[in-house]
Design a protein around this ligand. Structure first.
Ligand code: ZN
Ligand code: ZN
Length: 281
C-alpha cells in the first residue's frame, strides 16, 4: 500500500441517481477521500460522504483529524453532510475548509443544513469538535508533516465561482477540478497550480453534442465536456486523468463510450468509480 491514494465515494454531478444502469460507476454525488499517512482528507460532501462516514467509524479511523474541503455550496457538494456520522461522535475533530460565505451573514451556509425548516436536526446535535476555516485563494494549507492542500479560485462556475484543490503528499499530487468550465482553456493562474500533477480529477459532465446542442444549451452552466477535460489534461501535462462529476443521465454504458472518446485525445484517461481505491505515490 502506498502513502497516498484516493477513493471516490461519489462521482455524480447535479443530483444522485439509482438504478441498474448506474451500478458500475455509482450514483452518489461528489465526494473523494485522499488517504494520506496522517490525515483523513475529504474533498466535498455530496451524498457519497454518508458511506464514507460509516466506514471511517467502523475502521476507527476517527482518531485522526478529519479535514473536509468544500469546493462550493451547490447541493450536490454538501447534501450528505447532515448524515456524516463522525459529526455526532464525541471526541472526533472535524475541520471544514469552506468558501467565504457569499451572504456574509457571519455564519457558515452549511449550518442551514442543520436547521429548521430544511432539517429536523439542529446544530446542537453535533457532538464532534467542529472548526470552520475560510478558503483563501493561492493559499497552501499544511495539514501535517507530509500533507498540504493548495487552493485556487475560478469565477467560471455560476454564481459564486468554484475552488480547485491540489493535494500534495510528499512529492505526489492530486488536483481536484470539479464544476469547471474553461471554454478557451484554463487561465494562467489555475494552470500554475495544477500543472504536472500525478492525478487530475476533472469535471466531465457533458458530451460535445450536449454542450453544443442549440435546442437545450449547456454552455455557461459551469461544466466541461469530456473533450475539454482531455484538453486540460494535455495542457497541464498531467500523468493520469480521471473523469468525474458525471451527468445524472449518463449510464455506465454512456460513460464507457465517453472514455473511449477521451482516450483518443488523452490516452491515460480513466473513469472515476465509487469505492475504487487508486494508488498515487
Ligand atoms: Zn456539482
Ligand atoms: Zn456546482
Amino acid at each position: 500500500m502506498s502513502d497516498f491514494s484516493f477513493t471516490c465515494y461519489g462521482v455524480r454531478g447535479s443530483y444522485p441517481v439509482a438504478g441498474a444502469e448506474f451500478l458500475k460507476y455509482g450514483g452518489n454525488t461528489s465526494c473523494l477521500l485522499c488517504s494520506t499517512p496522517d490525515t483523513n482528507l475529504i474533498l466535498d460532501a455530496g451524498t457519497g460522504i454518508i458511506n464514507l462516514g460509516r466506514q471511517l467509524l467502523a475502521g476507527r479511523n476517527t482518531d485522526r483529524e478529519i479535514h473536509i474541503f468544500i469546493s462550493h455550496y451547490h447541493m450536490d457538494h454538501i447534501q450528505g453532510l447532515p448524515f456524516f456520522l463522525p459529526l455526532y461522535e464525541p471526541g472526533c475533530r472535524v475541520v471544514i475548509h469552506a468558501p467565504p460565505n457569499p451572504d456574509s451573514d457571519g455564519g457558515s451556509p452549511l449550518i442551514h443544513l442543520f436547521s429548521s425548516p430544511l432539517s429536523p436536526i439542529g446544530w446542537e446535535s453535533i457532538k464532534a469538535d467542529v472548526e470552520f476555516c475560510g478558503l483563501k485563494a493561492g493559499n497552501v494549507v499544511p495539514l501535517s508533516k507530509t500533507t498540504r492542500v493548495e487552493t485556487a479560485f475560478s469565477a467560471t462556475h455560476p454564481r459564486d465561482g468554484i475552488w480547485l484543490f491540489r493535494v500534495g503528499v510528499n512529492e505526489s499530487s492530486l488536483v481536484y477540478a470539479t464544476d469547471v468550465e474553461f471554454p478557451l482553456g484554463m487561465d494562467a493562474g489555475i494552470q500554475r497550480m495544477c500543472r504536472e500533477t500525478d492525478v487530475l480529477v476533472h469535471d466531465a459532465q457533458y458530451l460535445d453534442n450536449e454542450y453544443f446542442d442549440t435546442s437545450r444549451p449547456r454552455k455557461g452552466f459551469g461544466h466541461s465536456t469530456v473533450s475539454m477535460a482531455a484538453r486540460d489534461a494535455v495542457a497541464l501535462d498531467a500523468a493520469r486523468l480521471f473523469l468525474f462529476h458525471y451527468d445524472p443521465g449518463h449510464t455506465d454504458e454512456i460513460l464507457e463510450s465517453n472514455l473511449e472518446h477521451c482516450r483518443t485525445q488523452f490516452p491515460s484517461s480513466f473513469l472515476a468509480r465509487e469505492n475504487q481505491c487508486i494508488e498515487i505515490g
